[in-house]
Design a protein around this ligand. Structure first.
Ligand code: 5AD
Ligand code: SF4
Length: 481
């Protein structure tokens, strides 16, 4: 069968990255192999994000650019999937005449069948059907996973929280969790192909399994930690209202669980939190953080913020800055509020002007920058345990995770060149770039995927820089099943 070329543009969150990987794996059975070149593709898919207005604009500007390619090559198939596809449905086919396929967030397992039908019948297809229960996709671990050190694994879909600004419940549907057996099996397969770290994904992982009466999230992690060869577990995202005591305890009890939690607070003002329907107060959030820091003193906490929510006053915004000062986040993401279709806040009065939102965002980011710089600076001189992901981007043409393999395959003599530059992360999720004399590491093969000790020499705002000291021997408890 002739190999066909697939180009995927993934916009949005880690869940979309995972979904795109599933799409690639599914289409591999139809002999579609990914290409980095848009003009070489037989099939172009855009996996879209609807979380903020800006992300949606990005989708339509990319789709617009494809009109010329379709004109040149009428056999080209173009598909739009993910959250914007779910939200806009048929409207996309009308708005963008050169689109052949619109597939929603629950249609990924059906995509190969859809593409087959478009190929043979030359028709346009729309599939935005949603199911109550997450579909178990037969987990295929294949050549795509080779050389990967870290991998995402979606453990649940959807969200039942209905924060008033958020489109997710409408485009990703009701919350539904995967069976633990299937999750563990997928992770075992990934580890067998070389993966050493998994990030478990869900909109609100703390409520994993509750609805279905499966095991709790911390029990799921305990089961996952038994997978031999897996070194690290991460998860995202946690809703503060559901951060339970047993999950907090897991940071002490589960040796493989990294000391990092993403705990989006959105605002420091109780008045705003209430109107956002977040179901916690600033006080409750700080109480939970206190417990977390008592159990795991070096835990790194990151967060999301929305500025300019309808009705947010200067006093509310000051409370947000004050919370940031109190919390001393490792890092944070901040967004200007934007109206989303179906989300109740789009009908709220007292909208904030774009200029005001811009000013508040800049103030917030400047405020955090100082905290972050001080935090990173305090790490200079320390030794950090880093999971090596691959050669740093500087020394490879492609992504970092497969950089070592790429360098070897492309004939770069990894064993002779001294002071190669590598990249990895600490348990707290800090990016560390470092040099390692190749004579020191030549017997450790592959080098990516190992835990190593790195002496930190310099701190930048988004990463640390250091020198390789030695390999960290892995405690048997981390390896054994
Ligand atoms: N406007 C701005 N930011 C939003 N987010 C979600 N919805 C909106 C919106 N309508 C942000 C929240 C969330 C992150 C993924 O995106 O901070 O945690
Ligand atoms: Fe959106 Fe709130 Fe659900 Fe997060 S918890 S996905 S912000 S509705």
């Amino acid at each position: 069968m002739k190999t066909k070329k697939l180009y995927i543009n993934t916009i949005g969150c880690q869940m979309n990255v995972y979904d795109s990987e599933q799409i690639e794996k599914g289409l591999l059975s139809m002999n579609y192999k990914t290409t980095e070149y848009l003009d070489k593709a037989d099939l172009i898919l855009v996996n879209t994000c609807a979380i903020r207005e800006k992300a949606e604009q990005k989708v339509f500007s990319f789709l617009g650019r494809l009109a010329g390619l379709k004109k040149k090559n009428p056999g080209l198939i173009i598909g739009v999937g993910g959250c914007v596809a779910q939200q806009e449905g048929e409207k996309i086919l009308k708005r963008v005449p050169h689109i052949d396929v619109v597939f929603g967030t629950h249609a990924i397992s059906r995509l190969p069948g859809i593409i087959k039908r478009v190929e043979s019948k030359k028709c346009r297809i729309i599939d935005i059907g949603m199911s109550q229960k997450i579909e178990e996709i037969e987990t295929v671990v294949n050549s795509m996973d080779n050389g990967k050190v870290s991998s995402f694994v979606t453990i649940m879909q959807g969200c039942d929280n209905y924060c008033t600004y958020c489109v997710v419940p409408y485009v990703r549907g009701r919350e539904s969790s995967r069976d633990p057996e299937s999750i563990v099996k997928e992770i075992q397969g990934l580890v067998n192909s070389g993966v050493r770290e998994v990030t478990l994904l869900g909109q609100n992982v703390n409520s994993y399994g509750k609805k279905e009466g499966l095991c709790s999230f911390s029990e799921l992690m305990a089961r996952i930690s038994k997978v031999k060869g897996l070194l690290r577990i991460r998860f995202t995202t946690s809703h503060p209202k559901d951060l339970s005591d047993d999950l907090i305890l897991a940071f002490k009890d589960n040796e493989k669980l990294c000391s990092h939690i993403h705990l989006p607070v959105q605002s420091g003002s109780d008045r705003v939190l209430k109107r956002m329907n977040r179901k916690y107060t600033r006080g409750l959030y700080l109480e939970k953080v206190d417990k977390l820091r008592k159990i795991c003193p070096d835990i790194s906490i990151t967060s999301d913020f929305i500025v300019g929510f309808p009705g947010e006053t200067n006093a509310d915004f000051k409370e947000t800055l004050d919370l940031i000062e109190t919390m001393k986040y490792e890092s944070l993401f901040a967004f200007k509020y934007s109206d989303r279709p179906n989300a109740p806040a789009s009908h709220f009065p007292h909208k904030i002007s774009d200029q005001e939102k811009k000013d508040r965002l800049q103030k917030l980011l400047d405020f955090q920058e100082r905290i972050k710089r001080e935090k990173n600076q305090s790490m200079v001189g320390s030794t950090q345990v880093v999971l090596v992901e691959g050669l740093s981007k500087k020394q490879s043409s492609g992504g970092t995770s497969t950089a070592e393999t790429q360098a070897r395959e492309s004939g770069t003599d990894v064993s002779k060149k001294a002071d190669m530059q590598w990249t990895g992360r600490t348990s707290a999720n800090k990016i560390v770039n470092f040099t390692a004399d190749n004579r020191l590491i030549s017997s450790i093969e592959p080098f990516a995927g190992n835990l190593v000790n790195i002496k930190i020499d310099k701190a930048f705002s988004h990463s640390l820089w250091g020198k390789y000291k030695n390999i960290k021997s892995i405690p048997l408890s981390l390896m054994a099943s």
